[in-house]
Design a protein around this ligand. Structure first.
Ligand code: NAD
Length: 287
């Protein structure tokens, strides 16, 4: 019987832990989310982040800016947020409008407030395999937590990751390598992707192409583990993943659903990073 890797049991468990951690702080941690423009999916994502923060007793302020907001204005705003000791975490919701193309705002958020885990100092901690006061990127750490919860070890496994973005595929490839997995990082120029996915123990897809991983991408062993990161909005307002779930699910050992799989793990990781950043900032203040 295929195991469906739902995130709900993990989120339910962690909400209690996060509430306790927040009670142990002097004041609720505070997140600022910058939303530029009117992308409908972005509006939904920031609303979910705010709702989750409020559920665990944290504060979240959404700062809305029009489509004509400029990189210089964002730079000034981030400087103010970095200097504001009452703010523990900050993120800029992606995607940004075209005028931000090539503008590296991620380096402008203080690494201690970088709850998305995109700042080079935080990414370098993965590269160097250091642990401690670092904030790890939310989707990759959420995927690792989900696998751990279901007692799926990546150690010595062949893992194929499809998609090499800075927010999912690249950091995840390093993090899984640190966990002793053998990782193949695939992308749009990869030759014969089917042959690679057919030989993998764990397949993680972050492409954004609805149902492109059809059943022929998987072998008949019924041993494979599938993690579907993709989120595509369909005409019927439903969302779907990269995997043709209905036709694949009976062919594999375990699979994440979309929705209800990786997405909530990303928001959970964000909340955990916010609490961690507040704890780090409090410790640094005392020192
Ligand atoms: P992206 O959109 O920046 O890049 C897509 C990647 O897919 C690229 O590396 C590209 O080379 C690769 N690709 C495209 N077509 C391919 C093909 N035919 N074969 C193999 N590789 C191919 O990536 P992203 O920002 O990581 O987003 C990917 C998807 O994951 C999107 O649907 C996004 O909405 C979703 N996402 C979900 C979460 C979550 O929490 N569930 C978080 C982040 C992103």
């Amino acid at each position: 019987m295929t195991q469906i890797l739902y995130s709900k049991p993990i989120v339910d468990l962690e909400v209690g832990e996060l509430k306790k951690a927040i009670q142990a702080l002097n004041s609720p941690p505070k997140l600022k989310v910058i939303l530029v423009g009117s992308n409908p999916s972005s509006k939904i994502y920031v609303r979910r982040k705010k709702e989750f923060c409020e559920k665990i007793g944290a504060e979240c302020e959404i700062i809305r800016k029009n489509d004509d907001f400029t990189p210089e204005e964002l730079k000034t705003l981030l400087k103010e947020i970095n200097q504001d000791d009452s703010v523990n975490g900050c993120l800029v919701q992606l995607p940004l409008p075209a005028q931000f193309d090539g503008f590296d705002f991620q380096e402008l958020i203080s690494p201690q407030k970088d709850v998305d885990g995109f700042h080079k100092d935080n990414i370098f901690s993965i590269y160097k395999k250091t642990s401690g006061e670092f904030l790890l990127p939310c989707t990759p750490i959420g995927i690792i937590k989900l696998l751990e919860h279901y007692k799926i070890s990546a150690k010595c496994k062949n893992v194929v990751i499809i998609g090499r973005s800075l927010i999912v595929g690249k950091p995840l490839s390093m993090m899984l390598s640190n966990l002793d997995a053998t990782v193949t990082l695939c992308h749009s120029k990869t030759n014969n992707l089917r042959a690679l996915t057919n030989q993998a123990d764990i397949i993680i897809s972050a492409v954004g192409e609805p149902r492109f991983l059809t059943s022929d991408y998987f072998n008949d062993s019924k041993d494979q583990i599938i993690v579907d990161v993709g989120i595509s909005s369909m005409k019927n307002n439903k969302i779907t993943g990269d995997v043709d779930f209905e036709n694949v699910k009976d062919k594999v050992n375990s699979i994440t659903p979309v929705p209800g799989g990786v997405g909530p793990m990303t928001i959970l990781s964000l909340a955990k990073n916010l609490v961690k950043s507040a704890q780090i900032q409090r410790t640094n203040k005392k020192a």
